[in-house]
Write a protein that binds this ligand. Structure first.
Ligand code: SER
Length: 318
């Protein structure tokens, strides 16, 4: 049985991943790591142990790992792409300095480490369609630079010290539970909230801008399945392309309108997010993940839309 620490358990991915891991490995075997000011609440707080675990505090992380005899760390601490452009030093400090601290503890104690990478690890020099697994990665954003550095550092710790590091490049993640904060793909979450609340949606990304997206249940499964996978089949580790759907604002709008006929959208382009989106791929080729650990998504745009609308209506009592 694994003993897991989720660093960033109250964030967009962590809040759902922690609960799912508790369901699989047992409530007491999954520690919800948090930073001051972002303490677990509700079910997350009540269902299992929680500890302050700030990635920028190496000694604090080591203490929690030893106290709970942790063997697997999900390191989800990061600033998303748009906010990282406003605070590049902090983004580096958390994304790379923080990962360094986690990897050092993992090396000392013998933990496996999962750290998400992103479509943001690619840049304008990368082929845009069906972006291959192994290709030039020259991001122009601080977010992307921390992700490429994180991939390299994680592979280094595997080859040099045998630390069992694994990772996937997440697309934009869509969920009805916890809102993302300061990402470029956030519009694909916000649009559902507007549709359900009966508001006209102001879209910050231009028509024709395609990005890879994924429904959260598939993303959670990917994070768990890669850590359970038979590593003897791995050719890659840090980090695997994964994909399930690619769309632009017009396509997601039209799909939602099928179920919410009077839904309306207008464009109010955010120049920073638009520039970031244009530097990212339109769609990733995830065949290596499919071959090396049997990755397969379950949701497409339409099944996601139906579930998102139903869940949000329930959430808002509509
Ligand atoms: N969702 C992230 C962002 O938009 C990309 O991985 O910043």
């Amino acid at each position: 049985m694994k003993r897991i620490l989720v660093v960033g358990s109250t964030g967009q991915i962590g809040s759902e991943l922690t609960m799912k891991l508790r369901g699989i490995y047992g409530d007491t075997n999954v520690v919800a790591g948090y930073i001051k000011g972002a303490e677990p609440k509700g079910e997350l707080a009540l269902s299992g142990p929680a500890e302050q675990a700030d990635v920028t505090d190496a000694l604090g992380i080591a203490e929690v790992v030893k106290k709970h005899k942790i063997d697997t760390i999900y390191n989800l601490a990061a600033l998303l792409s748009a906010v990282a452009e406003q605070k590049p030093q902090l983004a580096w400090h958390i994304g790379v300095g923080g990962l360094f601290n986690i990897l050092e503890v993992a090396r000392e104690v013998g933990c496996a480490v999962f750290t998400p990478s992103s479509i943001g690890s690619f840049g304008p020099d990368t082929p845009k369609d069906k972006t291959p697994q192994d290709v030039l990665r020259t991001p122009r954003t601080m977010y992307g630079i921390t992700k490429v550095s994180g991939e390299l550092l994680s592979d280094y710790y595997y080859h040099r010290f045998g630390v069992d590091t694994r990772s996937v490049r997440f697309p934009g993640l869509i969920s009805y539970v916890t809102l993302p904060g300061g990402g470029t793909t956030d519009y694909a979450v916000d649009i559902y909230y507007s549709a359900v609340k009966g508001e006209r949606f102001r879209c910050p990304i231009a028509a024709g801008t395609f990005m890879d997206m994924m429904y959260m249940p598939d993303a959670l499964r990917a994070a768990i399945e890669i850590m359970e996978a038979d590593a003897s089949r791995f050719v890659h580790r840090n980090s695997f392309n994964i994909a399930s759907m690619s769309f632009d604002p017009e396509i997601i709008f039209a799909n939602i309108k099928k179920y919410v006929p009077d839904f309306e959208m207008e464009y109010d382009i955010d120049p920073l997010r638009q520039q970031i989106a244009e530097s990212w791929p339109n769609s990733l080729d995830d065949s290596c993940a499919r071959q090396e650990w049997d990755w397969k998504p379950q949701y497409d745009l339409d099944t996601m839309t139906r579930d998102m609308l139903a869940r949000l209506k329930e959430k808002f009592g509509l």
